[in-house]
Design a protein around this ligand. Structure first.
Ligand code: FAD
Ligand code: UDP
Length: 400
């Protein structure tokens, strides 16, 4: 009998597997329907020996020291600050929009103060700011919105920015200085030997067994376990009983070129041209030296693997129905980008998993004094196990 069945070997599942095994001495079976660990962060050496990210570019950045310190136990890092150019009006200009973007685009030589005045002069007075259109036009006006945001968003999400929550385009700031980094987080780095290598270390504990190429439905009745941690799509878990939650998908077209460098930056965004949104050149991210180079094109689509929850009020309302059901499902814990329907970055998923772990560890400590009613509420547990736990937790002060 496994203490935990963990569905999904991405960040959410793997962090919990590691914590439960190493800190609470639990036996864990982690399974994934894909043929590999690491979820969407999976990277591998392609046939030409170039390290690529199968599911699109993954750049690690966080302001959380706790998350960074936690992952640092499983990887060394390569300092890396991400930079992006956007192809607009026949030029490649810095994205996020900054002072140089405006000067290059309009052939000007404004100072930081002057560009602030420029933004003020074109910004629209929108109140309240609710949508992804509002948030951009209220900062930089309609013309820049149309050049940089409207068509990219329509292409990526299959809907107009006015139909999406403001949180989507708010991810990309606007700057009046010359900072051309995509992120400004305190910690910005890439796992030195790649994400998959980091996940191998996360999952290397002897209490963790890994099963790949397996949908959890295939083993539910075959392998006994006490509790489940589920990181797949929440609507799928509940048989779509409140309807399908929309997830946006992508098709990745990988290409290796017979040249050491292809792009002038790690990523070039194409808001207004092509069916793809952006091209990424992996060697910028990984620092790998190689006579050839590999790039990936991202083509948005509605059907396919669920990659992006779609933040808009209608979907939040459906998700809240699933969340109520999830909260009332004993012995199953829902965590991660798909299971909590949140447009989370990797560090946010790690933080969410660490928070769930703390909750589970707290419950373990409380269990010996649980009365019968609470133990029953816990579903998969028998009161007798509380006695066992009292023994196994004795003296364990590592729970954080
Ligand atoms: P996932 O990584 O999706 O893992 C869930 C796993 O569950 C999957 O492997 C899936 O196969 C498995 N699963 C689902 N259903 C079942 C089932 N029925 N049975 C068995 N297994 C199942 N974040 C950043 O911080 N920086 C970035 O630069 C960045 N870039 C991104 C680019 C793209 C194109 C995408 C799509 C995401 C990006 N992210 C980025 C977000 C990042 O991928 C996620 O935050 C993170 O991978 C989520 O981890 P997770 O464990 O919640 O989900
Ligand atoms: N966006 C845009 N133009 C750009 C870059 C981003 O309109 O050149 C919008 C778009 O809606 C996108 C969102 O901002 O989905 C968030 O961008 P981010 O780069 O964070 O997307 P991700 O890397 O998560 O795909």
């Amino acid at each position: 009998m496994f203490d935990y069945l963990i569905v999904g070997a991405g960040f959410a599942g793997s962090v919990l597997a590691e914590r439960l095994a190493s800190q609470l001495h639990k036996s864990v079976l982690i399974i994934d329907k894909r043929p590999h660990i690491a979820g969407n962060a999976f990277d591998h050496y392609n046939e030409d020996g170039i390290l690529v990210h199968r599911y699109g570019p993954h750049i690690f950045h966080t302001n959380s020291k706790e998350v960074f310190d936690y992952l640092s136990q499983f990887t060394a890092w390569r300092p890396y600050e991400h930079r992006v150019l956007a192809s607009v009006d026949g030029q490649l200009v810095p994205m996020p929009i900054n002072l140089d973007t405006i000067n290059k685009l309009y052939g000007l030589s404004l100072t930081s103060f002057e560009v602030e005045d420029f933004f003020k002069s074109v910004a629209e007075d929108v109140s309240p700011v609710r949508t992804s259109e509002d948030v951009v036009v209220s900062k930089v006006g309609r013309e820049l919105y149309e050049k940089f945001f409207r068509n990219y968003t329509r292409k990526h999400w299959g809907m107009d920015p006015s139909e999406l929550d403001k949180s989507v385009t708010s991810r990309v700031p606007v700057r009046s200085n010359r900072d051309d980094r995509y992120f400004t987080d305190t910690f910005q780095a890439m796992p030195l030997h790649g994400y998959t290598s980091m996940f191998e270390k996360l999952l290397a504990h002897p209490n963790i067994k890994i099963m790949l190429n397996t949908d959890y439905h295939e083993i539910l009745d075959l392998i006994p376990f006490r509790e489940m941690i589920y990181t797949g799509p929440v609507d799928e878990y509940f048989g779509f009983c409140f309807g399908k939650l929309p997830y946006r998908s992508l098709e990745f077209k990988h290409e290796t070129l017979d040249a050491p460098v292809h792009l002038p930056a790690a990523v070039v965004n194409y808001p207004n041209e092509h069916a793809y949104t952006r091209i990424t050149e992996f060697k910028y991210l990984t620092g790998q030296q190689h006579p050839k180079t590999s790039v990936v094109y991202e083509y948005p689509k509605a059907e396919g693997d669920p990659y992006y929850p779609v933040p808009r009020p209608e979907n939040a309302a459906i998700y809240n129905q699933y969340k109520k059901l999830a909260d009332a499902t004993p012995g199953v814990h829902f965590v991660g980008r798909l299971a909590t329907y949140k447009y989370y970055n990797m560090d946010q998923v790690v933080a969410q998993a660490l928070t769930l772990f703390k909750k589970l560890a707290g419950q373990e400590q409380a269990l010996p004094v649980l009365d019968g009613a609470l133990a029953e509420h816990n579903g998969h547990r028998l009161k007798a196990e509380a006695v066992e736990l009292r023994v196994s937790l004795n003296g364990d002060s590592k729970i954080t």
